[in-house]
Design a protein around this ligand. Sequence first.
Ligand SMILES: *[C@@H]1O[C@H](CO)[C@@H](O)[C@H](O)[C@H]1NC(C)=O
Ligand SMILES: *[C@@H]1O[C@H](CO)[C@@H](O)[C@H](O)[C@H]1NC(C)=O
Ligand SMILES: *[C@@H]1O[C@H](CO)[C@@H](O)[C@H](O)[C@H]1NC(C)=O
Ligand SMILES: *[C@@H]1O[C@H](CO)[C@@H](O)[C@H](O)[C@H]1NC(C)=O
Ligand SMILES: *[C@@H]1O[C@H](CO)[C@@H](O)[C@H](O)[C@H]1NC(C)=O
Length: 409
Amino acid sequence: MTRFSALLALCAGALTTNVVASPTVIRESLVTLPLARRLNATGVRNIVARDQARAKVLKTRGNVGNSKTGPIDDPLDDVVVSYTVDVKVGTPPITYTLIVDTGSSNTWVGANQSYVATNSSVDTGDSVFVEYGSGGFVGEEYTDTVAVGKLTIANQSIGGAYLAYGFSGVDGILGLGPTDLTNGTTSGGGTVPTVLDNAVTLGVVKEKTLGISFEPSTGDGTASNGELTFGGTDSTKFTGKLDYVPFTSTSPASEYVGIDQSITYGSGGQTILASTAGIVDTGTTLIMIASDAFSTYTKATGGTADKATGLLKITQEQYNNLQSLFFHIGKNTFELTPNAQIWPRALNTAIGGQDGNIYLVVADVGSNSGSGLDFINGFTFLQRFYHAVDYAGGRAGFATTSFTHASTN
Ligand SMILES: *[C@@H]1O[C@H](CO)[C@@H](O)[C@H](O)[C@H]1NC(C)=O
Ligand SMILES: *[C@@H]1O[C@H](CO)[C@@H](O)[C@H](O)[C@H]1NC(C)=O
Ligand SMILES: *[C@@H]1O[C@H](CO)[C@@H](O)[C@H](O)[C@H]1NC(C)=O
Ligand SMILES: *[C@@H]1O[C@H](CO)[C@@H](O)[C@H](O)[C@H]1NC(C)=O
Ligand SMILES: *[C@@H]1O[C@H](CO)[C@@H](O)[C@H](O)[C@H]1NC(C)=O
């Protein structure tokens, strides 16, 4: 990839104009919208390398836009699986399909369909640049009317990419992470309000809270099987109690939706990962754990590295003996069953694997524990547990769902 920073330097920055409108009188308790799970079987290859590249950038930047990691020399593989939402931008509105990402906070379009300026578009005069490790974009920052479900926000900051890489079959990202991640992403400097920020400022939702429901699905193509809630949580999507833990104070996990957790294996309680900081991230596919923890997990499961997919592969006999992984978060323990630890077998070939093989979704984050970001609970985790992010309260919630113990893979 070329030097984005050089491109950025060429763009003179005017003052940002992302001024938030005076509060409207409309008050809804919640805004709920469907998420689609997309799988692109042609985009492929090595989801482990993709997730590791993302993890590396997450760990080193702390702040997306101020990334000093430099340009990416090897553009990575496209996103194989992603959760997306349809967002309407402009007047008259144009529908864009955006990845739902709690690990980043800028909202932008143009990866496939270009951003089209309409009556409500205002060019801020700023350029915008975000690098994700698994992809990136550079573009112009606008304010525009953005509608997500029944939530309509005038003057939402939004990027219009003129160069994007690492994305296929999607138009961009709906950034749902902490606002500070936008700091320095535009040439104007400072932060830009996220869609969730504006929803709260406008009084459309009361709380700066997200509820995320992903469900396992084994079909190819696109399946509408998730739900995103702004302003609260949807108790019909989980079983039992939704319990919260405070965000971690350990950096760099604390820059994201960071928590402390430990992981044990089996009924004997073998420690895989001692209590440490990491993040929950809808933009990561796998469950990534520190290299030393991964080595312990590899021995415990008997898995062997599979070149084609990058994942651990186990035999049928090893699968029969596979035990649950236990995620200890706060006072609760969340059980990831053997079935939840394997990649959906119907989708083996979609990630470069072979029919009939059994692959594990737990992978190596790429560095030893003690990094301040020792695990990433990606969507293979979130397909089994409901997740809430309460930004105002500084806490993350988890609950079991009807899929926690289901055999879907
Ligand atoms: C959005 O900002 C523009 C100025 O950039 C202003 O004219 C317009 O009234 C604002 N819209 C709303 C709904 O506040
Ligand atoms: C917006 O612009 C288009 C032309 O591009 C025009 O047809 C339309 O009436 C304008 N107004 C609204 C509210 O869409
Ligand atoms: C799938 O990925 C390929 C390769 O990146 C891309 O050309 C194609 O448009 C994508 N198709 C869909 C349906 O997303
Ligand atoms: C990409 O955008 C074009 C329109 O610009 C659309 O026809 C096509 O279906 C889109 N591709 C995907 C994979 O969404
Ligand atoms: C944004 O980044 C600048 C420069 O790194 C820093 O001085 C400032 O405190 C940051 N602001 C926020 C809100 O994080």
